[in-house]
Structures are given as structure tokens and as C-alpha cells.
Design a protein around this ligand. Structure first.
Ligand code: HEC
Length: 107
């Protein structure tokens, strides 16, 4: 459990330090694709395939939420999921992430 936390924290720290160097921490650069936005901001909990489940994150490959519901969840967060609107930077970026996570669905 402690080890898992350390792993999560170091991934988060790594993500932050990398992103500070190249300025691509988040969606402020509007040229980022939904995939890039997802990889920069979501994989530490959801994993690149959506199945990681860190911090109790929902398996996105099994998600059945509508676009509006996903968007709402991403903007406002829920329980252990933090609100991501500010990090993603714009409505358009949130929309591209919503479209991207649908490609991770397996059902
Ligand atoms: C700190 C960990 C964390 C990060 C970072 C994170 N999430 Fe989550 N996410 C969660 C948790 C935990 C839940 C489950 C919330 C609940 O239902 O209690 C969740 C739930 C979701 C859901 C709802 C899925 C469903 O079917 O119920 C979506 C959609 C989602 N996350 C998308 C994203 C996206 C897109 C990003 C990046 C912009 C992201 N998350 C970043 C932890 C995270």
C-alpha cells in the first residue's frame, strides 16, 4: 500500500517535472490532441488503456457514460477524482479528451 503510494507520487512528480520543462503540462497549449491531453493528465490514475484503477479510478474501458456525463465528471471531478477543467484549459480540450476516452472503451 505504502509502496503503491510512493509509485503514484513518483509518477506524479515525474509528470510534473517533465511537463514544466516542455510547457506541456496541460491543455494550455491548444494544439494538443485528446490523446496527448489524456496522457498528460489522466494516465497516472486511469492508465494509458483506461484500466489502471489507481486511487480507485474507474475502468474507462468499461464506462457507459454519455458525452455530457463524462464531460461533467472531468470538469467537476467526483470523490477521489479531482476537477480537471482548469488543467485542461478549455472547453474544446475537454471535448477532445471526452472523444479520446471513448476510443478506450471495449464494450
Ligand atoms: C487522481 C486520480 C485521477 C485523475 C488524475 C483522473 N481521474 Fe478520472 N477518476 C478517478 C476516480 C477515483 C474516479 C471514480 C470517481 C467515482 O465514481 O467515485 C474517476 C472517474 C472518471 C470518469 C467516470 C467514468 C465512469 O464511467 O463512471 C471519467 C470519465 C474520468 N474519470 C475521466 C478522467 C479524465 C479524462 C482524466 C484526465 C483529464 C481523469 N479522469 C483524471 C481518478 C482520477
Amino acid at each position: 500500500m505504502v509502496l503503491k503510494l510512493i509509485v503514484i507520487l513518483s509518477i506524479a512528480a515525474l509528470t510534473l517535472s517533465c511537463s514544466n520543462q516542455n510547457g506541456q503540462a496541460n491543455g494550455n497549449n491548444s494544439s494538443l490532441s485528446g490523446k496527448e491531453l489524456y496522457e498528460n493528465n489522466c494516465t497516472q490514475c486511469h492508465g494509458s488503456d483506461g484500466k489502471l484503477g489507481n486511487s480507485g479510478a474507474t475502468d474507462l474501458s468499461m464506462s457507459v457514460l454519455s458525452d455530457d456525463e463524462s464531460k461533467n465528471r472531468i470538469k467537476n471531478g467526483l470523490n477521489a477524482m479531482p476537477p480537471m477543467a482548469e488543467l485542461l484549459g478549455s472547453e474544446a480540450n475537454i471535448d477532445s479528451v471526452v472523444q479520446y476516452i471513448k476510443t478506450l472503451r471495449t464494450k
